[in-house]
Design a protein around this ligand. Structure first.
Ligand SMILES: NC(=O)C1=CN([C@@H]2O[C@H](COP(=O)(O)OP(=O)(O)OC[C@H]3O[C@@H](n4cnc5c(N)ncnc54)[C@H](O)[C@@H]3O)[C@@H](O)[C@H]2O)[C@@H](O)CC1
Ligand SMILES: [K+]
Length: 463
């Protein structure tokens, strides 16, 4: 599991550990890991030009000690102090190793483009969102030089992933002890670049924000055993599509056809049902199901279709048009799958507010609707009542394509039908869907049907 802890949790664990360690030991561990990561990025230290941006706190201490190591490996290191002072012992170590203090980026004799890397040690977990003007000016002057952020890109809100004003945009973020929420949740996560975790020995509690890894997905995926038959494996019912949007029915069924459930039932108009059975002859008509998927392409009939599905008392996936009919707890285990605009409408706020504070709004909706809320995005969030959130880190930008959500709803419904909890079904479904998109894309454009086709290959490999 990739766990993201809060600043308070990190500080408490650090305090526990520090009681048994000599002063400064954790910073030395952090700085050593940071130096290794920068050396890896640069392919060595000799002859490299490095600029450290140093703020007032321990984040600068990490950067300065790491830079001292780079000096000893043959790098030429400049340090620009942003603020009234910086970490004194770290600065002394860097200067003793041959580093050089500069007054401003403009005062450097060499061209800015000659720097091989900028090390952002402005602020870490003690920082407030935003950057001071001297920091933004230095970063503007350094545009184009690769940036390694120490712990977090300075200026982002570490505990929420929100941004408010200027912040560093890094190519690599080297963090310590554990991931922070800003590494997983957008928009801050988009500013991290690749994230490298350095173990410094912290003993941490369970995290409220986490990202499933392949091993956990494999452990959660249902597997039939010899005693299973099609009914015990789970029957998923799809109420999707309409005469206006028949394609949504096909794509939703295609997502449900990944093979995890034992049977698929389709309920819709004769015309749409005929088209579904032409493409998916294994799909059968109405009857008992263990989970319903309601909403993709449902058009005007969404509210009525949702009522009919809820009458069965089984878990539901509520997507697309049916989300507008949700105004409170549904009374059954449920997964709601809005994008930012749909969630904004459900909560009576602006879409931009949801995008800027995605973690907050996903949690708010999970509490208000007493349901698992899957908020779609570059890093999809899956929130359950109580505040736990799983972040999906699979997927590619090409996945933002019409019909991909229909496939996802069908897949999650089939996982729900096998007996997975809404929380597991939504987060596992989202992970697999993202992985299938990455596979289908192979770096190029995709359509929703490609994602559906790639699902079984991912499921085969993850088992
Ligand atoms: N807590 C831990 O477990 C460890 C922390 N370490 C390092 O220590 C860092 C935390 O150090 P600190 O607590 O000293 O905090 P920071 O180094 O993040 O600096 C916070 C200080 O910067 C100033 N500041 C806040 N927001 C600012 C902004 N937007 N622009 C400019 N200045 C701002 C304030 O005076 C504040 O006290 C971590 O991010 C990590 O790099 C590591 O050395 C090892 C272990
Ligand atoms: K930083």
């Amino acid at each position: 599991m990739r766990s993201a802890h809060t600043v308070a949790q990190v500080r408490a664990s650090e305090a526990d550990l520090m009681r048994d360690l000599p002063e400064g030991a954790l910073m030395q561990r952090a700085a050593a890991g940071l130096a290794h990561a920068i050396l890896d990025l640069l392919g060595g230290g000799y002859g490299r030009r490095v600029l450290v941006l140093a703020g007032v706190g321990d984040n600068a201490g990490d950067a300065l000690y790491a830079a001292a190591t780079l000096c000893r490996r043959g790098s030429a290191v400049d340090v620009l102090v942003l603020g009234p002072h910086t970490h004194q012992a770290g600065l002394a170590a860097l200067l003793a190793a041959g580093g050089r203090l500069i007054d401003s980026v403009d005062s450097v004799a060499v061209a800015v483009a000659d720097y091989d890397v900028v090390v952002d040690g402005i602020v870490g977990i003690g920082g407030r969102p935003g950057l001071r003007s001297e920091a933004t000016a230095a970063l503007a002057a350094l545009a184009g030089v690769p940036v390694v952020a120490v712990d977090v890109p300075s200026g982002v809100d570490v505990d929420t992933g929100e941004v408010d004003g200027a912040h560093v945009v890094a190519d690599l973020t080297v963090t310590f002890g554990t991931h922070k929420v800003a590494h997983l949740v957008d928009p801050a996560a988009s500013a991290c670049g690749a994230v490298h975790l350095v173990d410094i020995g912290l003993d941490l509690p369970v995290a409220a924000v986490e990202a499933l890894q392949p091993g956990e997905v494999a452990a959660l995926l249902p597997r039939p055993d010899g005693a299973d038959h099609k009914y015990t494996r789970g029957v998923v019912g799809i109420r999707a599509g309409s005469n206006t949007y028949p394609g949504a029915a096909l794509l939703c069924v295609a997502g449900a056809s990944a093979g995890v459930a034992g049977m698929i039932r389709f309920v819709g108009s004769d015309a749409v049902a005929d088209r579904v059975r032409t493409v998916h002859p294994e799909v059968v008509g109405p009857g008992r199901v263990q989970a319903w998927v309601v909403g993709p392409g449902a058009d005007d009939g969404a509210a009525g279709t949702l009522r009919e599905a809820l009458a069965d008392g089984v878990p539901v996936v509520v997507d697309a048009d049916a989300l507008a009919a949700v105004d409170g707890p549904l009374g059954v285990p449920a997964v709601l799958t809005p994008h930012a605009g749909e969630l904004a409408a459900m909560l009576g706020v602006e879409r931009a507010q949801v995008e800027q504070r995605s973690l907050h709004h996903a949690r708010l909706a999970a509490a208000r609707f007493d349901a698992v809320v899957l908020l779609k995005g570059r890093h999809t969030l899956v929130a359950r009542p109580g505040g736990d959130v799983r972040v999906t880190t699979t997927g590619v930008p090409w996945l933002a394509t019409a019909g991909a959500g229909d496939v996802l709803a069908g897949l999650i419904g089939s996982l729900l039908a096998t007996g997975l909890s809404p929380w597991d079904a939504a987060s596992v479904g989202s992970w697999v869907h993202g992985a299938a998109a990455t596979r289908a894309s192979a770096g190029g454009p995709i359509v929703a049907g490609d994602v559906a086709h790639a699902l079984r290959g991912i499921l085969r490999e993850i088992h």
